[in-house]
Design a protein around this ligand. Structure first.
Ligand SMILES: [Zn+2]
Length: 282
């Protein structure tokens, strides 16, 4: 969507796509494809941080991505899909893996307040995984239909930031501020709100992609970090979907054929269509 809107630049002719289920050409096996082609031997890979691999190629960005007819990947990038996981569920593994990675990094304790800003597909999975971690979740979004899903996934409080002052509400609910905060809306304004939602010495993960200058004046001391997908959590993400520990099916609001690719992107960009996750099939 960032490429489609012209917010990010892409090499001319590059095929995008980094969340997909496919079929192995050699064995016919259904697989989830991990989009980071990491080397396995650099400083970061050897420390279990393949996301930061200094020689990595990212499918759909620095290599042609998964909307191509076929791609070449190493076997270590292929995760087998169990029979009870549908193709469309398997195509939504990446945000599950991201949510597992981010919540593991935030290390909340049981009973902690977790505030999740943005309840798109990524935010809704953060809400689900924060619940698994034993957090009390505060979900924030501008759209009621997304907050209704957040409530279904166990959010204790839902705040529509169009109608309410989200910072004020979070402080009222938590008293001390939220123990952890995930920014998954990707706007400068919501990033700037995070220091005032988190408690002193709390932790904030910046997951959304925002562009612009930040004003963090008067922010108290807290730990802020950006977070990105990691190959490490993919097998667990597939297992969690198979065992129904997390739900991705309920996030799918629209389905398109590959021939209607542009219509799918237009729908994803049109709030009136109430999109959450859109699945495209070949
Ligand atoms: Zn590496």
């Amino acid at each position: 969507m960032h490429f489609y809107r012209g917010e990010w630049r892409l090499k001319r002719g590059r095929i995008i796509g980094h969340d997909a289920c496919g079929v192995r050409a050699d064995t016919g096996e259904r697989v989830v494809m991990v989009p980071i082609n990491y080397c396995g031997s650099c400083y970061f890979c050897l420390r279990g941080l393949p996301t930061f691999c200094t020689r990595s190629k990212f499918m759909g960005l620095t290599r042609d991505g998964f909307f191509a007819e076929s791609v070449a990947l190493r076997p270590k990038n292929l995760i087998p899909v169990p029979a009870n996981v549908s193709d469309e569920e398997a195509a939504i593994v990446e945000p599950v893996a991201l949510a597992l990675h981010v919540l593991d990094s935030l290390k909340p304790n049981v009973g902690d307040w977790a505030t999740i800003i943005g309840q798109g597909p990524i935010g809704l999975l953060m809400t689900q995984v924060a619940k698994l971690k034993g957090c009390r979740v505060i979900a924030i979004d501008l759209e009621d239909y997304r907050l209704e899903l957040a409530e279904k996934y166990g959010a204790a409080f839902c705040i529509n930031a169009r109608r309410e002052d989200a910072v004020k509400r979070v402080r009222e609910i938590t008293q001390r501020g939220s123990d952890v905060v995930v920014e998954a809306a990707g706007t400068v304004r919501t990033v700037e709100q995070t220091p005032f939602m988190v408690r002193k010495a709390g932790r904030v993960a910046l997951v959304g992609e925002s562009k612009g200058y930040l004003n963090l004046e008067d922010a108290d001391e807290a730990l802020f970090f950006t977070s990105y997908i990691s190959p490490v959590e993919y097998p667990m993400a597939v297992e969690f979907i198979a065992k129904k520990i997390v739900d991705v099916k309920g996030l799918i609001t629209h389905r398109f054929r590959l021939a209607d690719f542009e219509k799918a992107l237009q729908t994803a960009d049109n709030a009136a269509e109430k999109p959450v996750k859109i699945v495209i099939t070949a």
